[in-house]
Design a protein around this ligand. Structure first.
Ligand SMILES: Cc1ncc(COP(=O)(O)O)c(C=O)c1O
Length: 387
């Protein structure tokens, strides 16, 4: 995969000196934290964007038939799903959608179940909407994260808890939930009348022998679900992407649509439209190469940790382009670990405890970059860990 060398000249969040200073206490750090990629975007997308900019101006646009056809074909081919156009809504970001859903279907003080360690913006949105975070923490069993179904049943049974936010594939632990696991989740939601929000933004980056299944496949059993997704991660376009809410239940869909309309959340951005339509039509071969590159990078990390007899452990990802590194054999205190490893490696990774205290003593490393950079980074981290 080609690295985008010019990207460094942009005002990127991941290398914003103010952000680096506040997160890592220094600015001279190699940023491997925010989940975007160092790779150049797919050529067809770049070409289509250039053509769109040179051809014409930017009056108001709508998403034409060709957009929805390309999207429908992509979802059918990639996930064997028949998208129903009338059930799709667009908003600027996934977190916007989650906030709307929570406010629409729950009351202040109601419980929202999450599965930490998990994407921190779930926690932020629950707090900002004044709901209660209810934790169904994941269990780590023999280096493999699992859902604690007994605990989930218990949390779902409480009439105060109204929503479960699932992250599939799971950020940061990299699980791609199996059909069997999803079936269990669906049956718990159905039994206890829980609205299921499934964040499937990482759906396309599925590694090795694993297979992604959307909860939409179970909509016949339980349709009180909202799938939040986008192509932002897949094609490295978070700077221009919008997000989709796929809502099979007509009443829920209409109710959410009313709010989206009220705040005018679904306006079509001309560049987003072009990028997405091209990605659906011509992005597959780029995506395939990306996955091979990410798998190679996982192997590099695994090999270096083993051959250097490091006490740092890799939790092998099934999906996403992050790896979840376990420092429990080296430290007792998560903040001390984070400060020490950051200072001595010069690599800016996400501290595990940013994803909830359940992530303490772990770090998340973004590996959507060149194999040379990944190797150099993991060697620096290993060296820092040999304290
Ligand atoms: C699970 C998950 N959901 C959502 C997002 C961000 O999506 P958005 O920018 O559309 O809110 C991320 C970004 O890292 C993520 O990992």
């Amino acid at each position: 995969m080609k690295i985008d060398k010019k990207i460094k000249s942009l005002p990127l969040t991941k290398s914003n000196p103010k952000t680096l200073e506040s997160l890592f206490g220094r600015t001279d750090i190699s940023p491997m934290w925010v989940a975007d990629m160092d790779f150049a975007i797919a050529k067809p997308i770049q070409k289509a964007l250039i053509k769109r900019i040179t051809d014409s101006g930017f009056a108001y646009e709508y998403k034409p038939e060709s957009f929805f056809k390309a999207q429908k074909d992509w979802y059918k081919k990639q996930y064997q799903l028949d998208l129903i156009r009338e059930r799709i809504l667009f908003s600027p970001t996934i977190t916007t959608t989650i906030a709307v859903i929570i406010e629409r279907f729950t009351l202040e003080g109601d419980g929202i179940i999450t599965q930490p360690p998990v994407f921190m913006e779930f926690r932020d949105v629950i707090r900002k909407t004044k709901r209660k975070i209810v934790k169904n923490a994941l269990k780590l069993v023999d280096d493999h994260y699992e859902i604690d179904f007994t605990d989930l049943e218990e949390k779902a049974r409480s009439s105060q808890n109204k929503v479960l936010i699932l992250c599939n594939p799971h950020n940061p632990v990299g699980r791609v939930w199996t059909k069997k696991e999803l079936q269990k989740i669906i049956s718990i939601c159905k039994k206890n009348d829980i609205l299921l929000i499934s964040d499937e933004i990482h759906k396309d980056i599925v590694l090795f022998e694993n297979q992604f299944t959307s909860v939409l496949s179970f909509a016949k059993d339980w349709d009180k679900i909202v799938v939040c997704t986008s192509e932002a991660k897949t094609f490295n376009i978070p700077g221009i992407s919008d997000a989709m809410a796929i809502i099979p239940n007509e009443n829920i869909h209409n109710s959410v649509k009313e709010i989206f309309n009220k705040y005018n959340l679904g306006r079509t951005n001309a560049l987003t439209r072009v990028a997405l339509e091209t990605a659906y039509k011509e992005g597959e071969s780029w995506l395939k190469k990306l996955i091979v590159t990410i798998e190679d990078n996982v192997h590099i990390i695994d090999k270096e940790l083993r051959s250097n007899n490091s006490k740092i452990k890799l939790i092998k990802p099934e999906g996403t382009y992050q790896v979840w590194l376990d420092f429990r054999a080296l430290f007792d205190d998560s903040k001390e670990m984070f400060n020490y490893i950051t200072k001595n490696s010069g690599i800016g990774m996400n501290a595990g405890h940013w994803f909830g205290r359940e992530g303490a003593l772990f770090m998340r490393m973004n590996i959507a970059t060149s194999s040379e950079k990944v190797k150099k980074a993991i060697l620096s981290i290993i060296k820092a860990g040999n304290k």
